[in-house]
Design a binder for this molecule. Structure first.
Ligand SMILES: [Fe+2]
Ligand SMILES: [Fe+2]
Length: 202
């Protein structure tokens, strides 16, 4: 069952349908469906964790807003908004979150810092993550079409212990990057250190 929230908090200056229309202009159909699944998963997790449902809906829908933008748009934004120049050493995987949040702010007029941080941190996690940030980080990982070894365990943990599920993802994502010789964004290591040693057995 799809929950179509009626927005009342004026976080976005428009209806959910208007926000969906703006996002659909930015994303190919497959990714557009993904963000709607993340929204629904985020709403379910928000209900369980007493997090604002409208924020969960908006954050879920916008989290990949910038995913399909060309590299030049991110490079321009890093310079224009005076973001950490070290970001220039990375690529879309990092940019669509950290830099994407700035595009969301300026293009969609969404200024809620909790939502923007949820976007900024949805791929790498962060040392401190608010409940909303944890929800979006997990919803992106466990939405119904995700299929990887361990996803059922991640879904179960997210249901019962949100913080522990964050630790699970931080550990398994870092393992995946290292095993596949992929670059590790330094902040992902900070995330690992902040979350994983609390749960040595996961
Ligand atoms: Fe993403
Ligand atoms: Fe995503």
């Amino acid at each position: 069952m799809v929950t179509e929230l009626t927005y009342t908090e004026n976080i976005f200056a428009g209806t959910r349908a208007e926000l969906l229309a703006k996002i659909s202009q930015q994303l190919k159909p497959k990714r557009f469906k993904h963000v709607q699944r993340v929204e629904q998963t985020a709403i379910t997790l928000a209900k369980r964790n007493a997090v604002d449902l409208e924020k969960a809906s908006i954050a879920g829908l916008v989290h990949d807003y910038a995913k399909q933008r060309p590299d030049e748009d991110f490079i321009t934004a890093i310079k224009q908004y005076h973001l950490d120049p070290m970001l220039l050493d990375y690529g879309n995987a990092i940019w669509h979150g950290v830099v994407g949040a700035e595009l969301i702010k300026h293009e969609l007029g969404i200024y809620d810092e909790d939502i923007l941080n949820a976007v900024r941190h949805h791929t790498t996690g962060a040392v401190y993550m608010s409940p909303l940030e944890q929800i979006v980080y997990m919803a992106d990982y466990i939405e119904p079409q995700r299929d990887f070894p361990g996803v059922d365990e991640a879904r179960q943990l997210a249901k019962t212990d949100l913080a522990k599920s964050v630790a699970f993802q931080a550990k398994h994502t870092l393992e995946y990057l290292v095993e596949n010789g992929k670059p590790v964004y330094p902040k992902s290591i900070d995330t690992y250190n902040a979350w994983v040693p609390q749960y040595p057995t996961i």
